[in-house]
Design a protein around this ligand. Structure first.
Ligand SMILES: Cc1cc2nc3c(=O)[nH]c(=O)nc-3n(C[C@H](O)[C@H](O)[C@H](O)COP(=O)(O)OP(=O)(O)OC[C@H]3O[C@@H](n4cnc5c(N)ncnc54)[C@H](O)[C@@H]3O)c2cc1C
Ligand code: FES
Length: 455
């Protein structure tokens, strides 16, 4: 297993401690706490004596931990001090006491505890912090961020998504990486998710519509007076027996929430999608948990948006576009939707209406198999190649990509490398199988065995 080692600034910092502060610290905790007090002269902090007392009570791990969190929370440093503020909290591996590690996030300065056997993303979500994520399986790159200080393991991050050069530069996939010391990480936080509760709800199958030979549109109704709050582009987990779950994106925009719409592609041999196509009936009851994920339109940007969907990856893109139309968003959007044959573009007429409804929206359908249909005069090829050919410079764009893991991975690589799309302006949901399925099949070869870019 590969190990990541970011610069150990915290140890360097403690090495400087006696000179800087002019006093002896008998424990890392005491040093850290005293330094916080000194650094923050004039700021709104607890008196240094209190900090010392707390440090002396280090046998009580809970109290000491609380003090560390309080002190970190109180920091009111200027920007150029921020890097050091990642370093002032003592490493748990040095104290030898703590079972978990402290992870602080830049630039938000939020912090949370991570157990050695959980991923950094799992730990953050467990404590209510919305780090970005999609597949939670190391293939979509949505959770990518940088480890500024501390030690960690990369886990099962795929090389296609996190190259050796990325690893050397300190990048990690937080859905795979596990802390091995206290960490300071750099990551966007999807702050607008903060107020939206994740709920488990029953839902009744309202309508089943076969939109294509292998695509079912499933409409779900929640109990009367219940509404699911979500952001356009997010997904829900359908809960199955024995704790298993299957992710499906919400295809309706949040304002249009009387019925929740899922676009379900039939996976041959698939347990849940097989049920949808063979035995599910209208009025059946399912249980869902959501909203989930960080694939949603970033409202704090005015950049033009490139939206690329493969197959049922159209579902969350539809939600985002319909939300933008409802909001009368002024952002230019160019939507590409790819399928193998005409039948795969199962809501083509709907999407073709978008440019008529909104002057800022362009829509380009793409077929990858040379169409036998005489009337097809549209674009052909792989959908992200067509998007790339039209947009050679994406340095001032945001890209939203959704579909099979292979398509998402290829799009990410090409948009960043060939069109100068900034890495933190790439958002994706990679339609991967559920964790229990991936555990059952050979996960490392999984990405390479699903090369159909239009699933
Ligand atoms: C964030 C997210 C959003 C998504 N949104 C959508 C969406 O909007 N629409 C959509 O269509 N899909 C979406 N997906 C993909 C969807 O979740 C999967 O296709 C779905 O989970 C498949 O479930 P299943 O129970 O039918 O298949 P599973 O039972 O999980 O099986 C999947 C495949 O694995 C094989 N398999 C299972 N167990 C084994 C085993 N032991 N050995 C060998 N092979 C095995 C099966 O034969 C089958 O081919 C999304 C995925 C993610 C992560
Ligand atoms: S969420 Fe980590 S790579 Fe997809």
């Amino acid at each position: 297993m590969l190990t990541g080692r970011a610069p150990l600034v915290s140890r360097w910092w403690r090495g400087q401690m006696q000179d800087d502060v002019g006093q002896t610290c008998d424990t890392p905790q005491a040093c850290g706490l005293i330094k916080i007090g000194k650094d923050r002269a004039g700021a709104q902090i607890a008196p240094e004596e209190t900090l010392r007392r707390v440090a002396d009570e280090r046998e009580n791990a809970v109290v000491a931990q609380q003090a560390r969190q309080d002190a970190a929370r109180d920091i009111t440093a200027t920007d150029d001090q921020e890097f050091l503020h990642c370093a002032i909290l003592p490493d748990s591996d040095i104290s030898g006491e703590a079972m978990s590690f402290q992870v602080s996030i830049q630039p938000s300065r939020h912090s949370f505890q991570a157990e050695p056997d959980e991923t950094i993303l799992e730990a953050a979500l467990r404590q209510g912090l919305s780090l970005p994520y999609g597949c939670r399986d190391g293939v979509c790159g949505s959770c990518r961020g940088k480890v500024l200080t501390g030690e960690f393991e990369h886990g099962k991050a795929q090389l296609e998504v996190l190259s050796d050069a990325d690893r050397r530069a300190g990048f990690a996939l937080f859905c795979c990486a596990q802390a091995r010391s206290d960490l300071c990480i750099e990551s966007r936080e999807a702050r607008s998710l903060a107020d939206i509760p994740v709920r488990t709800l029953p839902a009744r199958v309202h309508k089943l519509t076969r939109a294509a030979p292998d695509v079912m549109i499933v409409e779900l109704k929640l109990p009367a007076n219940e509404r699911l709050r979500f952001l356009a582009g997010q997904y829900v987990d359908i809960l199955l027996k024995e704790g298993r779950r299957r992710a499906f994106s919400l295809a309706n925009a949040p304002h249009d929430d009387a019925v929740l719409q899922l676009h379900v592609r039939h996976v041959p041999g698939g347990q849940f999608t097989g049920h949808v196509f063979n035995t599910m009936k209208e009025r059946d009851i399912v249980r869902l948990r959501g909203p989930q994920g960080s694939f949603f339109q970033r409202e704090d940007s005015t950049k033009p948006m490139l939206l690329v969907a493969g197959g049922t990856g159209f579902a969350p893109i539809k939600a985002i576009v319909e939300h933008a139309i409802a909001e009368e968003s002024q952002r230019p959007m160019h939507v590409y939707w790819g399928g193998r044959g005409r039948a795969d573009l199962y809501l083509l007429e709907l999407a073709q209406q978008w440019p008529l409804l909104h002057a800022n929206i362009r829509f380009t359908p793409v077929l990858s198999d040379l169409p036998t249909e005489a009337q097809w005069d549209g674009r052909t090829g792989l959908v992200h190649h067509v998007a790339l050919a039209d947009h050679t410079d994406l340095s001032d764009y945001q890209a939203y990509v959704c579909g099979s893991p292979a398509m998402v991975a290829a799009a990410r690589q090409d948009l960043l490398a060939r069109c100068d799309l900034p890495a933190d302006e790439f958002f994706a949901d990679s339609f991967d199988f559920a964790a229990d399925t991936l555990d059952a099949i050979d996960a490392p070869t999984h990405l390479n065995t699903r090369l159909d870019p239009h699933e």
